[in-house]
Design a protein around this ligand. Structure first.
Ligand code: URA
Length: 433
């Protein structure tokens, strides 16, 4: 078999065989197929696409290119959730304990912040003592005992994706649906869960800016997940405004705890209940409505909150910080942003709000940057809210005083204020699967 012929066939729009796709993935991972041929292949896929069958094979080959996690000991109860990334998205910290308190076995590998979006692993590391690395035995035994373990991605999970993603990034082939789907789903398949709920974010703070694109991606990911033998569903949720009111690592953990303690009613709680309900409906084979009743009860009875404390202590974290969130270290500097006009916030460029929190130290501008766990933003006024000149709309937190001015400028440039109240937009656009 020759890579040249595979590229030529794809360029001419022919459906590739299992052997051809596996030849490419294996050869590119072990270095026998060079970058220039893999680039040409990606570009051919970009223009000609892939059939569902080809995408399933590509996803499975990538999933099998490195370590895989065997969760078969949990039967049909293993559960995972994935978000395509957003600002203020701390849903895993809430959905995982809700689902585990109802019997799901949540075995999850999460990522770090990327660009303007935050990452669950960084958030969890803001809890003193929390270990984001566990051996496979420790990981499995914690899932067995407490129903949850969330760790960082293991070094050798989907090496094919690691190489291909870096290549796509520099060859203008990132935004190809079969390549995105196989990249995301291969990691989920390798992580082993039988049930997967995908939170596909849509809007100015998301990878997919329009509902149409988010729907295409969500439908494809559900098809491919199911095609790989996993029960897969997706929610398309709004990311045209940050989720909840906290952006930044320990600030987001604190907000998640407040939701689990029943102290806040907000958009974050609503999205988490829907995600948890969808996940539980897959795990326990229940209707969405029945699952929603159960997850609402788990949250309101405090069962999910107790599960969070159990999980955090099992993973080495100091649960006293969950009991009393005042213990989290506070940033040295805080700064209130005041509105300079009357009106309504009619739009929030959510990517810019994420960037403002990165400027404060909550994310990384380069790979080597260290995160300031207490840095971030508490947002008081969001899209649709009425504001008055001089009123506080957000507070910035940082340990780097010199970042405040730039962060404020970036935050304000994200807001559109208008005289008319904007039309209310849905928080959950669609549930697929
Ligand atoms: N996230 C991924 O993991 N892969 C993609 O291709 C795009 C987003």
């Amino acid at each position: 078999m020759r890579m040249y012929d595979i590229i030529e066939d794809k360029r001419n729009g022919r459906e590739l065989s299992k052997e051809e796709i596996e030849f490419f993935v294996k050869g590119y991972t072990d270095g026998t197929i060079p970058d220039y041929q893999a680039s040409a292949f990606c570009m051919a896929v970009y223009f000609k696409g892939m059939t569902e069958k080809e995408t399933v094979i590509l996803t499975e080959s990538m999933a099998n290119s490195g370590d895989t996690v065997d969760l078969s000991m949990f039967g049909s109860l293993s559960a995972d959730k994935h978000s395509t990334g957003g600002v203020g998205d701390k849903t895993s910290l809430i959905v995982a304990p809700i689902a585990a308190s109802l019997g799901a076995k949540v075995a999850k590998m999460s990522g770090r912040g990327l660009g303007h979006t935050g990452g669950t692993v960084d958030k969890l590391e803001s809890i003193p003592g929390y270990k984001t690395t566990l051996s496979e035995d420790e990981f499995l035994s914690q899932v067995e005992k407490t129903g949850i373990a969330i760790i960082g991605q293991s070094g050798n999970l989907t090496p094919a994706d690691k190489k291909l993603y870096a290549l796509r990034d520099v060859t203008a082939t990132v935004d190809s649906i079969p390549l995105i789907v196989s990249s995301i789903m291969s990691k989920k398949i390798a992580a082993g869960s039988k049930n997967i709920v995908l939170d596909v974010k849509c809007g100015s703070g998301a990878f997919m800016k329009t509902l149409k694109d988010a729907e295409i991606l969500a439908n494809e990911m559900v098809k491919i997940g199911n095609g790989c033998g996993r029960n897969t569903a997706a929610l398309i949720t709004d990311m045209d405004r940050p989720l909840g009111s906290a952006v930044g690592n320990s600030l987001e953990v604190i907000e998640a705890v407040k939701v689990l303690k029943g102290e806040v009613e907000n958009d974050l709680k609503e999205v988490c209940l829907s995600l948890a309900a969808k996940l539980i409906s897959l795990v326990l084979s229940l209707s969405y409505e029945e699952s929603l009743k159960r997850v609402t009860d788990a949250l309101e009875s405090g069962k999910a909150y107790c599960k969070m404390k159990e999980w955090i202590s099992a993973q080495g974290g100091d649960a006293a910080f969950i009991d009393n969130t005042e213990l989290f270290e506070k940033a040295e500097y805080s700064y209130e942003i005041l509105s300079d006009s009357d009106g309504y916030i009619s739009a929030m460029d959510t990517e810019k709000i994420g960037l403002s929190s990165v400027i404060l130290g909550a994310g990384r501008s380069s790979k080597e940057d260290k995160i300031d766990f207490s840095a971030g933003i508490i947002i008081d006024k969001k899209t649709g809210d009425k504001i008055k000149k001089g009123e506080k709309i957000a507070t910035l937190f940082t340990n780097n005083e010199t970042s405040l001015q730039d962060a404020e400028k970036t935050y304000l440039s994200a807001l559109t204020v208008s005289a008319e109240e904007p039309e209310e937009k849905p928080l959950i656009y669609k549930i697929i699967g």
